[in-house]
Design a protein around this ligand. Structure first.
Ligand code: HEM
Length: 398
């Protein structure tokens, strides 16, 4: 079986699903060999059980500085591992830094934010529809809503959104030159360090201020944590809003389900499952030899855990009374999906992402019942050049 080249781009024929090379690999085996852009080989885990086993096993490290950590971009391992944030650290370092912000993203805290999120969603829609009959849903709704929310939480001025959205786009790109990615990362860290220094002088009621005044964090650690929250906090949810909208506009009978408030949370879980926007997988390196489904992954070997194929595993998400696992079925019980990962690195922001998606999608379709695409479906512009799957634009009218 030939090694699967990573990362593979989406084909136009399958815009909402995992890249075809991954689906093909998943159809053959739950664990295959893959080739990284730098030419090194690694493992590709595509089955639900294997992905879950990897992400819950501490013998698989998320530390980017490990000498054989799998890299989806060809470049210097040393430079890319500078100033890691807790997404790419192992415990106890990971736990120490994550603990500093856990309280800010607890379900209870996020539930109390719902009125703020609703206001942000309503204002974005007011702005989008004022005196107009059509718009780009990405620029006017999907991107501003989560950006405004994370700015409010972190205490980052929203006026700087073009700067940080541009940097995120560069960082998440899988086609830009390596040096450009490093420069974007450094620029963002400098920006956040300067902002943190100002907050240390004049603390406000926001996450960066609270981190800035702690004496058990270095300014770099505060900036790296802010960096992770800022990038992870807007681009992901924005892509989920635009992809979900595009998918639903083709399925009016499913849109009707969103009118029932009790059905909205389940519907969002199903959208998260089917779309699994971290479509190129999450990366780990084995610290010891590990038995995985009858195969031995050797110490030092890299693993790409494909959340997207795992989330379409028919044995887990199928069922006689449900549509096949690669189709949208808003009444499916999708709660076991791993769109937010699994194990110690499971998404910190998931309560926030859920609240934003539930409010944004339910409000959008309630307020604009006539929402429709203004371009043919095959002209939709998907983001095939990034590690997080999404849409470049979504031209709509109402
Ligand atoms: C981690 C997905 C929204 C913050 C992760 C991981 C996934 C993920 C798959 C695990 C990565 C790994 O194991 O290597 C998503 C999706 C989102 C979303 C699909 C939106 C629909 C957010 C939001 C925030 C956020 C709104 C807000 C701050 C984080 C952080 C981590 C993380 C801090 C690192 C957790 C750790 O390493 O302990 N996310 N995320 N995410 N996410 Fe999210």
């Amino acid at each position: 079986v030939p090694a699967v080249p990573l990362p593979a781009r989406h084909s136009v024929g399958c815009p909402f699903g995992p890249p075809p090379a991954y689906t093909e690999a998943a159809a053959t085996a739950n664990l295959s060999r893959a080739e990284l852009p730098g030419g090194e080989s690694c493992w590709l885990a595509t089955g639900y059980a294997e992905v879950r086993a990897i992400l819950s096993d501490r013998r698989f490290s998320a530390d980017l500085r490990h000498p054989s950590f799998p890299l989806l971009i060809a470049g210097s391992r040393e430079r890319i591992g500078e100033n890691p944030n807790f997404l790419n650290l192992d415990d106890p370092e990971h736990a120490r830094l994550r603990r500093m912000v856990t309280g800010d993203f607890l379900v209870k805290r996020v539930e109390a934010m719902r009125p703020d999120i609703q206001r942000i969603v309503d204002e974005a829609l007011d702005g989008m529809t004022a005196g107009r009959a059509e718009a780009d849903l990405v620029a006017d709704f999907a991107l501003p809503v989560p950006s405004l929310v994370i700015c409010l939480l972190l205490g980052v001025p929203y006026e700087d959104h073009e700067f940080f959205q541009g940097i995120s786009r560069t960082l998440l790109s899988n086609t830009r030159p390596f040096e450009e990615l490093l420069a974007a990362r450094d620029e963002m860290l400098e920006y956040l360090e300067a902002l943190t220094a100002r907050k240390r002088e004049e603390p406000r009621d926001d996450i960066l201020s609270r981190l800035a005044v702690r004496d058990d964090l270095t300014p770099r650690e505060v900036a790296s944590t802010g960096f992770l929250l800022l990038v992870a906090g807007h681009e992901t949810t924005a892509n989920m809003i635009s992809l979900s909208t595009a998918l639903l506009l083709d399925r009016p009978e499913q849109i009707a389900r969103l009118a029932d408030p009790a059905a909205v949370p389940g519907a969002v879980e199903e959208l998260l499952r089917l779309l699994t926007i971290i479509h190129t997988g999450v990366l780990r390196v084995a610290l010891e030899d590990v038995e995985l489904g009858g195969t031995t992954v050797r110490a030092g070997e890299g693993v790409v855990a494909m959340l997207s194929t795992a989330n379409r595993d028919g044995a887990v998400f199928g069922g006689a009374d449900r549509l096949p696992a690669d189709e949208l079925d808003l009444d499916r019980d999708a709660r076991r999906h791993m769109a937010f990962g699994f194990g110690v690195h499971q998404c910190l922001g998931q309560p926030l992402a859920r609240a934003e998606l539930q409010i944004a999608l339910a409000t959008l379709f309630r307020r604009l019942p006539g929402l429709r695409l203004t371009v043919p479906r095959d002209e939709l512009a998907f983001r095939t050049d990034a590690f997080i799957y999404g849409m470049r634009s979504l031209p709509v009218a109402w």
